[in-house]
Design a protein around this ligand. Structure first.
Ligand SMILES: C[S@@+](CC[C@H](N)C(=O)[O-])C[C@H]1O[C@@H](n2cnc3c(N)ncnc32)[C@H](O)[C@@H]1O
Length: 165
C-alpha cells in the first residue's frame, strides 16, 4: 500500500493525530521496512513518548524535513490540517488522510468556496450542497494541485485516501 510509494527501507512517519500509535505498530509488524514514528496528540497519559499539544498550533512551525509520511488520522474532517500542510508547501511527502463527517450538516466554508459554491447559497439549502461531500473534497484537493489521489475506502460519510506531493 502506501509504503510501496517510498523506495527507502527506513521510513519516518509523522502521526499528527497520534493516539496510542496503534495503527502504525501494526503496520510495522507487517513489513520488512523499518518504520520510525513521531506522534503528536493533545491528550495526556498516552503510551510511550510523544509530542503533547494541539497539532494546529504545532504544524505551522514544525520541521517536516525528515518525514516521509504524514498521517492525518482524524475523527472528523481535517480541513484546517490540510490547509496548514498545503501552506507549508511540502515536497516528496506521502500524506495519508482519514476524513469522516459525523452528521449531514454544513462542511467547512472554504470547502464550498474552493468549489465555486457561494456560502450564502449553502446557508439557504445546506443539505443540497453538502450531499456530495466526497466530490467537494476531491475538488478542494485538485485546487491545491493534487492531481492524483488513491482512495482505499469510502462511503458517503468516510473517505480514506492518500496522495503524494
Ligand atoms: C482517531 S485517533 C488516532 C488513532 C491513532 N492513529 C492510532 O492508531 O492509535 C485521533 C486522536 O487525535 C487526537 N486529537 C484530536 N484533535 C487533536 C488536536 N487538535 N491536536 C492533537 N491531537 C488531537 C485525539 O486525542 C485522538 O487520540
Amino acid at each position: 500500500m502506501t509504503l510501496n510509494e517510498i523506495s527507502k527501507e527506513d521510513i519516518e512517519v509523522l502521526e499528527i493525530f497520534g493516539g496510542n500509535g496503534v495503527c502504525w505498530r501494526k503496520v510495522a509488524k507487517s513489513t520488512n521496512k523499518r518504520i520510525k514514528t513521531t506522534r503528536i496528540d493533545k491528550r495526556e497519559g498516552l503510551n510511550g513518548e510523544y509530542i503533547r499539544g494541539d497539532n494546529l498550533k504545532i504544524l505551522p512551525s514544525l520541521n517536516f524535513e525528515k518525514y516521509d509520511i504524514i498521517d492525518v488520522d482524524a475523527y472528523g474532517i481535517p480541513f484546517e490540517h490540510l490547509e496548514l500542510l498545503f501552506q507549508r508547501k511540502l515536497k516528496n511527502k506521502v500524506i495519508i488522510v482519514t476524513s469522516i463527517r459525523s452528521v449531514l450538516g454544513a462542511l467547512p466554508k472554504k470547502l464550498y468556496e474552493t468549489n465555486g459554491i457561494d456560502w450564502n447559497m449553502v446557508k439557504k439549502c445546506q443539505s443540497l450542497f453538502s450531499k456530495n461531500y466526497i466530490d467537494l473534497m476531491l475538488g478542494y484537493l485538485f485546487k491545491n494541485n493534487i492531481k492524483e489521489i488513491k482512495i482505499y475506502n469510502h462511503s458517503d460519510k468516510k473517505l480514506y485516501f492518500y496522495f503524494k506531493n
